[in-house]
Design a protein around this ligand. Structure first.
Ligand SMILES: O=P(O)(O)OC[C@H]1O[C@H](OP(=O)(O)OP(=O)(O)O)[C@H](O)[C@@H]1O
Ligand SMILES: O=c1cc[nH]c(=O)[nH]1
Ligand SMILES: [Mg+2]
Length: 210
């Protein structure tokens, strides 16, 4: 198995993703499924977080109980579709810091164009989890991560819902130090840079735009 890529293998994720792919899924359904899948993916991507212990009192006795070792985590959402995953993630980890980076794909060149960035200051000391449902050409994720490295991030992971083989390869070449987690690895990119079979335009499906 490729250590750079983890395809999260779970029946609940597969089932929910199938419901999301259906062209008949409503905006409301799509959004709530994305939030549910985000919970399951967050569970996996945080599996190796370090624990320490804290002495607590149960109603019966004192015990050394496990707690997360550091609160040094930052989620970064690639706008706009990243916000769908982000919402589910912060429900599970409500104390995480959050950054936003705005990127859109130029429809002709498929290059990523940055239009916004707001990050917490101390990225260097944090585990940074960058999220976007779609890793298609990889241009948006690659450019976002380049920006984050320039402003000090060193420990970065990327989380998406669907990845194309082309996007995974591009990410591995540009950022071999950034592991990728995805719910599914689809077959290919089409001539317009869409993931096939895919689920269409994630942002449009989440927000009911066209
Ligand atoms: O890997 P890539 O080829 O860069 O494609 C993936 C990007 O495309 C979509 O964003 P889009 O540009 O549609 O912006 P939106 O989220 O605002 O709809 C998606 O949310 C990713 O950010
Ligand atoms: O298939 C794709 C490719 C890029 N962005 C999307 O939202 N969907
Ligand atoms: Mg979009």
């Amino acid at each position: 198995m490729d250590a750079h890529l983890t395809v999260v293998d779970h029946p609940l994720i597969k089932h929910k993703l199938t419901l999301m792919r259906r062209s008949t899924a409503s905006t409301q359904k799509f959004r709530s499924l994305l939030r549910e899948v985000a919970h399951l993916l967050t569970y996996e991507i945080t599996r190796d977080l370090e624990l320490t212990t804290e002495e607590i009192e149960t109603p019966l006795e004192t015990m050394d109980a496990p707690v997360l070792a550091g609160k040094k985590l930052c989620f970064v959402s690639i706008l706009r579709a990243g916000n769908g995953l982000l919402e589910g993630m912060i429900q599970l980890m409500p104390s995480a810091r959050v950054g936003h980076i705005g990127m859109y794909r130029d429809p002709d060149t498929l290059e990523a164009v940055e239009y916004y960035c707001k990050m917490p200051d101390d990225l260097g000391g944090r585990l940074v989890i960058v999220v976007d449902p779609m890793l298609a050409t990889g241009n948006s994720a690659i450019a976002s991560i380049e920006h984050l490295k320039k402003i000090g991030a060193t420990n970065i992971r990327f989380l998406c819902l669907l990845a194309s083989p082309e996007g995974v390869a591009a990410m591995k070449q540009a950022h071999p130090d950034v592991p990728v987690w995805t719910a599914a690895l689809d077959e290919r990119l089409d001539d317009h840079g869409y993931i096939r079979p895919g689920l269409g335009d994630a942002g449009d499906r989440m927000y009911g735009t066209k």
